[in-house]
Ligand binder design. Structure first.
Ligand code: HEC
Length: 187
């Protein structure tokens, strides 16, 4: 009896997972991880070399370059999005707005790992999203107490900036990986 229960549970746990497995999901996780690592490495270096005000200029030039390079390399559109963007091009679209609101609810409910989501659309295209949370090194440029130099640099480079006033652990935005529909017909 116990053996049967274990078997039934095993089937329940494995069957739906294999039925919905899409290789783009694990690829997306990998890409988001690389995006994050590359950005934080470059950011750390820029902060160490020039301080936050200089690192803002560096971020403005380098972050889109990293995203473009990963996109070209993978065939997906690799980006970041936010409900309160600094870079206007990062404003969340309708789908991302709903998803980010859901991430916010999950975090408010006590989820500690950054929530993620993968969704295949009716046309076969797919989107992966993973929450980006505020950590200690982010506060100098996205927090509440900004230095006068950082304020001045933000005003100069991002006059419509909405991305300040955050506290530790808050949702800053999401990595977003958009895949085109496969070119072969799906069976
Ligand atoms: C040196 C200042 C600086 C620090 C530190 C910093 N950021 Fe940013 N952040 C920026 C700038 C500048 C942009 C806009 C980049 C662009 O124009 O593409 C940005 C953009 C973003 C975006 C894209 C959405 C948007 O608002 O445009 C996210 C997400 C983000 N930052 C998260 C973080 C997180 C998480 C940390 C901490 C790990 C962090 N940032 C640390 C300056 C900073």
């Amino acid at each position: 009896m116990r053996r049967f229960a274990a078997l039934a549970l095993g089937l329940l746990l494995t069957l739906p997972a294999t039925a919905t497995e899409d290789p783009r999901q694990s690829r997306s996780r990998e890409i988001a991880g690389r995006f994050q690592q590359t950005l934080s490495g470059k950011l750390g270096q820029a902060l160490a070399e020039g301080g936050p005000a200089r690192a803002i200029e560096f971020c403005q030039a380098e972050a889109p370059r990293v995203a473009a390079q990963l996109s070209a390399e993978t065939g997906a559109r690799v980006s970041r999005t936010s409900l309160r963007p600094r870079q206007p091009a990062h404003a969340a679209d309708a789908r991302a707005q709903a998803l980010l609101a859901d991430f916010q609810r999950q975090l408010a409910a006590g989820t500690s790992a950054p929530p993620e989501h993968f969704e295949v659309a009716a046309d076969g295209s797919a989107r992966y999203s993973r929450a980006i949370l505020i950590q200690p090194p982010c506060l100098g440029c996205h927090g509440k107490a900004l230095s006068p130099e950082v304020r001045a640099a933000l005003a100069r480079h991002y006059p419509g900036d909405q991305a300040t006033g955050y506290a530790l652990g808050e949702l800053r935005g999401a990595f977003q990986i958009d895949w085109p529909a496969p070119s072969e017909p799906r069976s």
